[in-house]
Design a binder for this molecule. Structure first.
Ligand code: N01
Length: 871
């Protein structure tokens, strides 16, 4: 449906007061329109400045044939005005650009927003005037605009990227950019057309251009994955999901991962049978939605799962495209599915079956130059009447830094971001007070339904301005600490996904010279919204608010846990599990074993051997993990965690496999007697017995005599440290290194880390008390065989790598042991695991963020030995 609107064209009119505004909003797209509406309703004086001569933003500029949204229109639309839900009916699942533009024009008219917008006005520079606490903006119309708050609502994909092809200005025929399409349209009838670029814009426009052109040649540098959109009327199931419950539906969208309601997948693609998986892939392909990315929970994190779906789509391409060579050229093979923005198309692959359409693989035959009549590749010359560039955008940062923005003390934003954007929440940036970005870098933005993310940012900014006004504050600016913390969190989220593997515009990789970093926030719309709310609820944590004679805001970092660690802790909290310390030791062991049975097994190793060895008071079991490489191997004697009460030689199985696989060393996990049945010093006595046995039997076990290190986790690391001291004090056996993962080193539980992390991070203070009490009498806690930190000297110990976790009650005693050993002259490598807990690092194939730490641990093992053959 389209509604009549009054177009408000022309340059800035003289009667508008552009001085001392409360807020200036740059951009009159979906974000700018809603922001102006909210600001006005809150009584702020606000103006919009828009380069185009009408509203619409992206949908104003991108008028190429075939342009439409690829999030369903009922979702990709405003929620702020409930009456819009019923007065506007979308004619298709995925509306065309003209229909979306009409919708935005309708909203502008309905809410009378045009009077607040200066059209055909481009902001060229913005300078923070610290004396006046105001921004001074200059436009291409020569106007100066001053305002207290300055908002860039300029969109993520709005600054076209130059095509960077030699000779581009020589072509004498017609030239079009999909991102700046002529309003009157283009008639390709009977023309020879080249389209350069096969991203969403190319893929949407190519089938329609092919309808008209006499010849169409598509120049493809990187093939893209595309799913058929199966457009048509909005489907009944979607209408049913919304009918009579618009508000609830929109609320679900706000708290969903991607901004569209839907249950998050629970299963990995590897957890189901091939048949079941193919049915699920087929259904997702038939559904015609980008939701195919979430068909399993690990498509964007696990390369093996991703490849299964990627190959499924490649097979679809092969089945659609007649010419096998063309089909292969259209199949993406050098990046995981989804890590470059996938597309929804209508007849894209089918277009290449048409006689007059051809495909040129620029990877094989790069363009050397555009000529007056066409273009040359390394092998051929082509002649065209029209060249269409569908070459993309300088995404997420381009439009922002294209304005010369100067913050406090003359700092230019372009300079500050020269190594990549730094923001707090993707909304604000240090050094630029009262400056806001709608869907800026570091926010979910392009990875989400933009409509939902835009509304959330607009609401956050407006509510913030209301708060400032009510509190009498003139300025707000984030702190360095908060911005740095957010940057780490954004990276932590990206680093557990496959996204960084692709040369995508998400990574800034499409613009030569642009710093390579993952720009949006991949943690989810729901998680992000919660973080923004937490910031506000905690007194504007990470911001400094100033006003006459006053300051406010609180210090801190809003998200410090690794994202997968936070997810696991939330899940554990929601399960309301009984604490171990409420059980008997026997029940606690059974409970622990049941939990272990659910975990992924860890990598394959060359061989696993189970056996027994003589402990201090009878035989004990061991499990040996042999690398796949030819032996003999250096050996690591490993002791499991479990507070001297729980576990066995098999209980850290995935970690042992992982360390064996990564390091190339043999890991021998030796059991020891447990408390309360066998209290201290049974465990260290058995650990010493294991050391002596492995030393004596190195050769028989396939080890290299003299190349023996010790390792352990938690109470097992405590035992490893204790046997290292024992060996030093008893002339052997020689130990070449100690790998101590979050070790127990001291019976004193009165540390800062116990106070800070004693509850809520997996291992609790009450549980450690329970372990200690089962293990030994209070008077024994200071015995160095229980508390190795208490040893009279730490000199002469083998080189040590100590891993401590930031959110671990045991953190400080691990740090203290590392420091004390270093002070005593021991070679110590300390790995502080940022954002981790006591229990997260051994979780192989569960905690993706811990993989780099385990890799460092494996490298530490390698460093203990002269030569280790790596697998
Ligand atoms: O841009 P792109 P787009 N020589 O960057 C190629 C959104 N959007 O405008 O991949 C030859 O994706 C480039 O090749 P390569 C959506 O988020 C949404 O299509 O860099 N080729 C690539 O193939 C989308 O992701 C919709 O190797 C050159 C293409 O040009 C984003 O906007 C519709 C080249 C650019 O693809 C951007 O999409 C449209 C050169 N010198 C857009 N330079 C919806 O459906 C670049 N390329 C909602």
């Amino acid at each position: 449906m389209s509604v009549e609107h009054t177009k408000h064209a022309g340059a800035a009119s003289d009667d508008l007061d552009l001085r001392d505004l409360d807020v200036v909003v740059v951009g009159a797209g979906m974000a700018g329109l809603y922001l102006l509406h909210r600001l006005r309703n809150e009584g702020f004086s606000a103006k919009g400045l828009e380069a185009g001569d009408d509203v619409g933003g992206t949908w104003y500029w991108n008028r190429y044939p075939g342009a439409r949204c690829d999030i369903q229109s009922v979702d990709y639309s405003y929620s702020f005005d409930p009456s819009l839900e019923t007065e506007w009916t979308w004619s298709e699942r995925y509306a065309t650009q003209p229909e979306i533009l009409s919708y935005l024009q309708h909203v502008a008219d309905k809410h009378d927003l045009r009077d607040d917008i200066e059209f055909s006005t481009r902001v060229e520079s913005a300078r923070w005037d610290a004396a006046a606490n105001r921004w001074r903006l200059r436009t291409d119309q020569g106007t100066e605009v001053t305002c207290r708050h300055y908002v860039m609502a300029t969109g993520c994909l709005s600054l076209p990227k130059s095509p960077e092809i030699e000779g581009a200005d020589q072509f004498a025929g017609e030239v079009y950019f999909t991102s700046r399409w002529p309003h009157e349209g283009v008639d390709f009838t009977g023309k020879r057309v080249a389209v350069i670029g096969t991203g969403s814009s190319g893929i949407q426009s190519i089938p329609i251009i092919a309808e008209q052109a006499s010849e169409l040649t598509v120049f493809q540098r990187t093939p893209n994955f595309s799913i058929p959109a199966r457009n048509g009327p909005v489907r009944q199931d979607k209408l049913d999901a919304i009918a009579g419950r618009h508000a609830e539906y929109r609320e679900e969208a706000k708290w969903s991962r991607g901004g569209v309601p839907g249950e998050p997948p629970e299963l990995s693609a590897l957890q189901v049978s091939e048949d079941e998986r193919n049915v699920a892939f087929e259904e997702a392909w038939e559904a015609g939605e980008l939701a195919i990315l979430g068909v399993y929970n690990d498509i964007l994190t696990n390369p093996a799962s991703n490849e299964l779906l990627a190959e499924f789509i490649r097979n679809k391409i092969r089945s659609i495209v007649d010419d096998p060579e063309v089909a292969e050229t259209l199949c993406p093979t050098d990046y995981p599915f989804g890590t470059k923005r996938p597309c929804l198309d209508t007849g894209y692959y089918e277009t290449f079956n048409r006689e007059h359409v051809s495909l040129v693989d620029l990877r094989k035959h790069p363009i050397t130059t555009i000529t007056e009549t066409g273009l040359n590749t390394t092998t051929d010359s082509y002649e065209f009447d029209v060249i269409v560039y569908a070459t993309g955008f300088d995404a997420m940062t381009g439009a922002i830094v294209s304005v010369d923005i100067e913050g406090r003390e003359g700092q230019r934003l372009a300079d500050k971001w020269s190594a990549g954007p730094k923001t707090y929440l993707g909304l604000t940036t240090v050094g630029f007070p009262n400056f806001y970005m709608i869907t800026g870098p570091g926010s979910p933005s392009v990875l989400s339904n933009m409509a939902v993310s835009i509304e959330q940012h607009v609401d956050w900014v407006t509510d913030c301005l209301v708060h400032l006004r009510a509190g009498g504050f003139d300025t707000i600016e984030p702190t360095e600490e908060a911005e740095e913390g957010w940057g780490l969190h954004v990276n932590d989220c990206a680093n557990i996904t496959l996204y960084p593997q692709a040369n995508s515009w998400y990574m800034g990789a499409n613009v030569p010279g642009k710093p390579r970093m993952f720009l949006p926030y991949v943690g989810g719309v729901d998680a992000y919204r919660q973080a923004c709310s937490d910031v506000v609820e905690n007194g504007f944590m990470g911001f400094e608010l100033t006003g006459p004679g006053k300051r406010s805001g609180t210090s801190g970092i809003v998200r410090r846990l690794q994202p997968d660690v936070a997810f696991l802790l939330d899940m554990m909290a929601s399960m309301d599990l009984p604490p171990y310390e409420s059980m008997s030791a026997v029940d606690a062991r059974a409970f622990g074993e049941a939990a272990s049975a659910e975990r992924p097994p860890g990598p394959e190793v060359g061989e696993i051997v189970d056996g027994t060895f003589p402990g201090a008071a009878g035989d004990l079991t061991y499990r040996l993990y042999r690398p796949a490489t030819p032996g003999p191997h250096p050996m690591v004697l490993y002791f499991h965690g479990g507070g001297w009460v729980l576990g066995s030689e098999q209980s850290d199985d995935p970690l042992c496999r992982d360390l064996c696989d990564r390091s190339g060393a043999m890991i021998v996990s030796a059991n020891y007697r447990h408390a309360p049945e066998d209290r201290f010093p049974a465990a260290p006595d058995d650990a010493v017995a294991a050391l002596e046995w492995i030393h004596e039997n190195a050769e028989a076990l396939g080890g290299i005599p003299g190349q023996l290190a010790v390792a352990g986790w938690s109470a097992g690391a405590n035992l490893a440290a204790v046997v290292a001291q024992h060996a030093r004090d008893n002339d052997g056996p020689t130990i070449t290194g100690q790998l101590l993962l979050t070790p127990v080193t001291d019976g004193d539980l009165d540390t800062v880390s116990y106070r800070e992390n004693g509850e809520g991070y997996g291992l609790t203070k009450p549980l450690m008390e329970w372990f200690w009490d089962h293990y030994l009498d209070p008077s024994d806690r200071t015995d160095p065989r229980a508390s190795p930190l208490r040893a009279s000297s730490l000199a002469g110990l083998p080189p040590a790598t100590v891993i401590t976790a930031e959110f671990d009650p045991l953190r400080d005693e691990g740090v203290a042991y590392a420091k004390a050993m270093a002070a005593a002259g021991v070679a110590v490598h300390h790995i502080p695991a940022r954002g981790h807990t006591h229990i997260s690092i051994p979780m192989v194939d569960v905690m993706l963020s811990a993989a780099p730490i385990r890799q460092e641990m494996a490298e530490a093992i390698q460093s203990f030995f002269p030569v280790v053959a790596t697998v």
